[in-house]
Write a protein that binds this ligand. Structure first.
Ligand SMILES: Cc1cc2nc3c(=O)[nH]c(=O)nc-3n(C[C@H](O)[C@H](O)[C@H](O)COP(=O)(O)O)c2cc1C
Length: 339
């Protein structure tokens, strides 16, 4: 099914060219101050219209359907929608029979028995991450004073990446990138030791972001080639502060109180205007396909805020699970059980 979380539960809905995108969130405590202005910065960071991003720009005006009264949450499920206004569905007509290589057109048609919404990629569109970002704004607020931030490490294997991005745009090709997310101020002791290890739950939600190809924590894949003496994090204090952070702030699936660090690999956009081959599902003939429509040449540029949202949602849920009621008061950690 399509709900994430056990105690902080998030459900996304909507299609790229449907009437609206939305989110339902259950588990927000009553009395949390919440105004539409608080969403503006993160929604802007996710929006298109910049170099390397889709030319599709939407107003992204939030409509609160439930869960907020007079600027405060009520404790009942919060539902928010954002209308889709700037859609050109005719661009996607041909993908019904000629699925885009690398995109979800083929598999969603197969899985739904032909009833999938192909317009703009339907529910597989990056547009749905708008709903994730909305939930992320609330999750960040609940996590405060912990801070979740992301940055682009490289695009198309380069940093700086401007020249390579220009080349991709000029050639009708696309690029991916690596984004790093850092979470500061999460206490030690969050995460379950096996299936719901902190890395497992974070990875679960991160792989829900369309187009993610990999994830690593701390030294990540480099750890495999390191000496133990290099990778180990010397413990400096009784509260668990370490001299370095090779484990990315998690040991045994449980936060160790240091900064949580994860990096994700984002694939190059599959919708490229360079000619590719795809099967025509009606005729059975392999044909040349040039993808039309408005696409990100590099959607990795828009992923940092989406990654922050995903990580924040997972962390709130894990904090809820790990915390006895006395620890939580509108998201503020009032007592560290280790001290
Ligand atoms: C913010 C964002 C924007 C995206 N924009 C596009 C796009 O313009 N064109 C495209 O083909 N894919 C885009 N994607 C990726 C597709 O949604 C994704 O590749 C597709 O759903 C298939 O899923 P997969 O790549 O995980 O297999 C975007 C993803 C995100 C997170």
């Amino acid at each position: 099914m399509n709900t994430f979380g056990k105690l902080f539960r998030v459900q996304l809905f909507g299609e790229s060219h449907g009437p609206a995108i939305g989110v339902v969130i259950d588990g927000i405590p009553a009395g949390l101050p919440l105004t539409p202005e608080e969403f503006r910065d993160d929604l802007l960071r996710r929006s298109g219209g910049r170099k390397g991003g889709t030319p599709r720009v939407e107003e992204d005006g939030l409509i609160f359907l439930s869960g907020v009264v007079q600027g405060h949450t009520t404790g009942s499920p919060l539902a928010v929608i954002v209308n889709n206004k700037n859609t050109i569905s005719s661009d996607y007509e041909s993908f019904k029979n000629s699925p885009r290589p690398g995109h979800a057109d083929f598999v969603s048609r197969l899985k739904s028995g032909g009833y999938s919404d192909a317009r703009g990629g339907g529910h597989h569109s990056g547009r749905v991450t708008l709903a994730l970002v909305i939930a992320g704004v609330i999750a960040k607020k609940l996590l405060s004073p912990a801070v979740v931030s992301s940055r682009i490490i490289e695009i198309g294997g380069e940093n700086p990446w401007d020249a390579k991005l220009d080349q991709a745009i000029a050639e009708g090709d696309s690029l991916g990138g690596i984004i790093e997310c850092r979470i500061d101020g999460i206490r030690a002791g969050i995460g379950e030791p096996f299936f719901d290890s902190l890395e497992s739950v974070l990875s679960h939600i991160v792989f829900a972001i369309p187009g993610i190809r990999g994830i690593e924590f701390g030294d990540g894949f480099k750890a495999a080639g390191m000496w133990g003496s290099e990778h180990n994090d010397p413990i400096l204090t009784t509260s668990g502060e370490t001299a370095k952070n090779g484990s990315g702030g998690v040991n045994g699936g449980i936060s160790n109180g240091n900064r949580i660090v994860l990096r994700v690999a984002v694939k190059p956009t599959s919708s490229i205007s360079k000619a590719q081959q795809s099967i025509n599902l009606k005729s059975g003939v392999i044909e040349e396909l040039t993808v039309l429509g408005r696409h990100d040449a590099c959607f990795a540029l828009r992923v940092p805020v989406v990654l922050e949202a995903a990580a924040s949602i997972a962390l709130v849920d894990m904090l809820y699970q790990a915390s006895a009621p006395h620890i939580w008061s509108h998201g503020v950690v009032v007592k560290d059980p280790l001290n």
